[in-house]
Ligand binder design. Structure first.
Ligand SMILES: Cc1cc2nc3c(=O)[nH]c(=O)nc-3n(C[C@H](O)[C@H](O)[C@H](O)COP(=O)(O)OP(=O)(O)OC[C@H]3O[C@@H](n4cnc5c(N)ncnc54)[C@H](O)[C@@H]3O)c2cc1C
Length: 476
């Protein structure tokens, strides 16, 4: 049987990034296999029977790569986007506090404010040793007050793992650290401090939710090279042969797999890697709940993007006012609005799956997101078994053991759960992981995103990457 030079598994942003780049380079020798009927993976969108559009959790579009920016305009057009100022808040002690929480603690009741400030003073007086895990990092960077009031309860909900089981390599641009001077300045001048981090503005597709991006990307590729409803079941590394659930066989030279690395180990029968996978490849599942609502959002939600919920009066850690992202996310913006809630589950934080929707609705009432059940005209529920690739303490040594076993045999495992690096697992990173592995295989150019996440997240990368120019002198 003829070999396919580039066989891609999965049509999420990573697989589509690889296909897009191959096509752009004029290659016609690739094929993509996807289990689902449509492209997008975790970045897909869905329309419920009542006409509300939903993402798999609040997807915020921002980018570290010029190449990605150009691709977004190419896929949806410059006018296919809505641009938003990030407005994220924390609901705590029956009030909203702007994010980053630590810069806005002036909004807390006096006893909590005092605890947080005392803790901040404590860490400046007695610096702690280098943290060995995320839990110690929280205590060292924020002090015991902020840790107890917000950081620890919130992170327990979002990660569903004890922070002592997590490493700190991912926190760089994702968690705002504390500047005591700024905290005191905001306190003295009674100032809200809202802009921090890489996503203080973001863009969102005008129509069709986040999934519209990936449908548009796929529609630009030759249809006969994208095989949907095609589930991979077995991979024979020696024969370089993929077998699908319907018994078809595909031979490859290079396999770009964007499936979960745990599944790759299973499908290839690499049982010797299982202990490393069990130690290092931790993950949590994501439950997404859409509440389609009649009427208009209350004034306090009218401009908010998303909100964090650290307290135990609701099961969700985050809720997005999804109708604020685009009016087309609801059937009729003059009559509807929508909320999307996220709940994490893991072996360390099990949930009652059957009763979770009811808990979410009760939580929305408890936190005053909605006033009455009568407002709800539609509910939508989605569970992603693989939702967050947990940055566990043993992750990096385990990845260093697992990935080379596959790479020696021409299998390149990339993407959110292919490379298992949370810090480079957003849409921009994932798409670029696909682009970069193609560049490596076709032109011999080194990848940057998977091997060097800190560099990938250090700013906006021009295209071609600076590193390629200094290392190879080539331009694409
Ligand atoms: C709750 C949540 C919130 C998020 N928020 C953001 C955000 O705000 N901003 C952002 O940029 N990103 C966000 N993301 C991340 C974004 O969804 C990912 O970056 C992206 O989807 C990962 O792309 P991927 O291609 O690596 O993997 P996936 O999207 O998981 O794609 C893998 C593909 O492989 C297919 N597949 C699996 N098994 C098989 C098989 N056996 N055979 C064939 N095909 C198979 C799947 O169907 C899927 O299409 C979020 C993700 C989640 C879960």
């Amino acid at each position: 049987m003829k070999r396919i030079p580039f066989l891609i598994l999965g049509s999420g942003p990573t697989g589509l990034g690889a296909a897009h780049r191959l096509q752009e380079l004029g290659r016609t020798d690739w094929l993509l296999l996807e289990a689902a009927p449509e492209p997008g993976g975790l970045a897909a969108s869905f329309v419920d029977p009542q006409g509300f559009t939903w993402d798999i959790g609040g997807h915020v579009q921002f980018s570290h790569y010029e190449y990605f920016d150009r691709a977004m305009i190419e896929f949806l057009g410059a006018d296919g986007w809505l641009h938003h100022q990030r407005e994220s808040w924390v609901w705590i002690r029956d009030r909203f506090v702007p994010y980053p929480f630590q810069n806005n603690i002036r909004r807390l009741p006096p006893e909590d404010l005092d605890r947080c400030l005392q803790g901040l003073v404590e860490i400046t007086r007695t610096p702690r040793p280098t943290p060995a895990n995320f839990g110690e990092w929280i205590d060292a960077m924020f002090g015991p007050g902020l840790a107890e009031v917000f950081l620890r309860p919130y992170n327990a909900k979002v990660w569903a793992f004890p922070p002592e089981m997590m490493n700190t390599s991912w926190v760089g641009e994702r968690v705002a650290v504390t500047d005591l001077g700024r905290v005191l300045h905001n306190l003295a001048f009674e100032k809200d401090d809202l802009s921090w981090g890489p996503n203080h503005t973001f863009q969102f597709p005008k129509r069709g939710g986040t999934g519209a991006i990936w449908k548009a990307c796929a529609s630009r590729l030759p249809a006969d090279r994208l095989q949907f409803n095609t589930r991979v079941q077995r991979i024979d590394m020696a024969q370089r042969e993929v077998t699908t659930a319907d018994g078809r066989k595909f031979h490859y030279d290079s396999l770009i797999s964007t499936l979960s690395l745990r599944h790759l180990i299973q499908f290839t029968g690499q049982h010797a890697l299982q202990p490393a996978a069990d130690r290092g490849l931790l993950y949590s599942s994501s439950h997404i709940f859409g509440l389609g609502l009649r009427g208009q959002p209350p004034p306090e939600l009218a401009t908010k993007c998303w909100m964090y919920f650290p307290e135990s009066n609701c099961p969700f850690y985050r809720v997005t006012v999804f109708s604020n992202y685009s009016p087309h996310n609801v059937p009729d913006i003059s009559q509807h609005w929508s909320l999307m809630a996220e709940v994490s589950e893991s072996v360390h934080r099990p949930v009652n799956r059957a009763g979770l929707l009811e808990e979410v609705i009760q939580g929305a009432l408890n936190t005053r997101l909605i006033c009455s059940r009568e407002e709800i005209v539609s509910t939508w529920v989605y569970r992603a078994e693989h939702g967050y690739p947990t940055p566990g303490l043993h992750r990096d040594p385990c990845l260093a053991e697992i990935l080379p076993v596959f790479e020696r045999e021409g299998i390149w495992s990339r993407g959110r759960f292919g490379a298992w690096k949370y810090e480079v697992s957003n849409q921009d990173h994932s798409f670029m992981q696909g682009v970069e592995i193609v560049e490596r295989l076709v032109h011999g150019r080194p990848e940057i995103t998977v091997p060097d996440p800190n560099h990938a997240n250090s700013g906006k990368h021009p295209w071609p990457f600076h590193r390629w120019q200094t290392q190879t002198g080539n331009s694409p």
